[in-house]
Design a protein around this ligand. Structure first.
Ligand code: NCD
Length: 305
């Protein structure tokens, strides 16, 4: 029974192929016939979410499972039930898998220790967001014409991730998958939003020009104010000036550079409207691919082996 807890433990090449099969199936027929199962998959969300939750819900529907969405406010969690006891409860009722989003790093790992069904990490604190990294990888894989995913197919490509690296689980999981595929990854943040410890295999800089120059891919990240200790960002205007992904900054990148963002985007802060909505933007493609990738991951986790 495979859990999907981190980018490191995912069979990325296999999952890219599965996601591609889902894309093709849904391109042929956007509402394919399904065989509903009398079974639930729980989506345990301890933090807000729009696209990740909607994609996992859709993945459940596509696979014939009913998505049972549990949010903190409407559950026994507010009565003091521990994460482990919530997981034991859902296991006792026979749910087939549990998707968890949690503000604390390591929560899905903790859940996996007591769960008899697969745990899928939908983002834990500033730690990991493996399915987001997989959908970003899938988006690039399609963009570059579906090269053999078992090779170093991103070798020779420069990828710049710019923004609140310190609090970003997306940056961490992406770093794992992108470097494994051979990309040169640059992480760029103001000094106060850089990680405490160096991240392996990444170039770290506070100079956005250095990060973006000659990049093939630039990913902007949201400022995660909900995780930010007061005062980490003295001035939003200075942040815009030095780090916002706008047209002049993007001109430093390769002419065929593409722009990504995991969402939610804060227009006019980390990314300018003209870039978010521009011809190089893959942002909505990422969102769409999120459905195929979640269907692929759920199918993999639930497959009878
Ligand atoms: C991100 C998240 O929640 O980790 N969004 C997402 O899942 N697509 C990034 C963010 O919150 O900024």
């Amino acid at each position: 029974m495979p859990h999907v807890l981190s980018a490191t433990d995912m069979p990325a090449a296999e999952l890219l192929r599965r996601a591609e099969a889902w894309r093709q199936r849904l391109t042929e027929n956007a509402t394919p016939p399904i065989q509903p199962k009398a079974a639930l998959v729980a989506l345990l969300f301890y933090e807000p979410s729009t696209r990740t939750r909607a994609a996992f819900e859709q993945a459940c529907v596509l696979l014939g499972y009913h998505p049972l969405v549990i949010t903190v406010e409407a559950s026994s969690i507010v009565k003091g039930e521990s994460l482990q006891d919530t997981v034991r409860t859902l296991n006792a009722q026979g749910v087939r898998a549990i998707v968890i989003r949690h503000p604390h790093s390591g929560a899905p790992q903790l859940a996996a220790q007591v769960s008899h069904t697969p745990i899928l990490n939908a983002g834990d604190g500033a730690h990991e967001h493996p399915t987001q990294a997989l959908l970003d990888l899938y988006t690039l894989w399609l963009h570059y014409g579906k090269p053999d995913p078992t090779t170093q197919w991103l070798s020779g490509r420069k990828m710049a991730i710019v923004g609140d690296i310190r609090h970003s689980r997306v940056a961490r999981s992406n770093l794992t998958l992108l470097t494994r595929a051979g990309a040169e990854v640059w992480l760029c943040a103001p000094p106060t939003l850089q990680p405490d410890a160096p991240l392996q295999n990444a170039h770290l800089t506070s100079d956005a020009s250095e990060a973006v120059r000659d990049a093939d891919v630039v990913m902007a990240l949201r400022l995660q104010t909900e995780r930010m200790a007061q005062g980490l960002l003295p001035s939003l205007n200075a942040y815009r000036r030095d780090y916002q992904l706008n047209t002049p900054r993007l001109q430093l990148a390769k002419p065929d550079c593409v722009v990504m963002h995991p969402g939610p985007i804060q227009r006019g802060v980390e990314i300018a409207d003209e870039v978010a909505d521009g011809a190089r933007s893959l942002i909505l493609t990422q969102v769409q691919n999120g459905v195929y990738v979640r269907a692929a991951v759920l199918e993999y986790a639930l497959e009878e082996k």
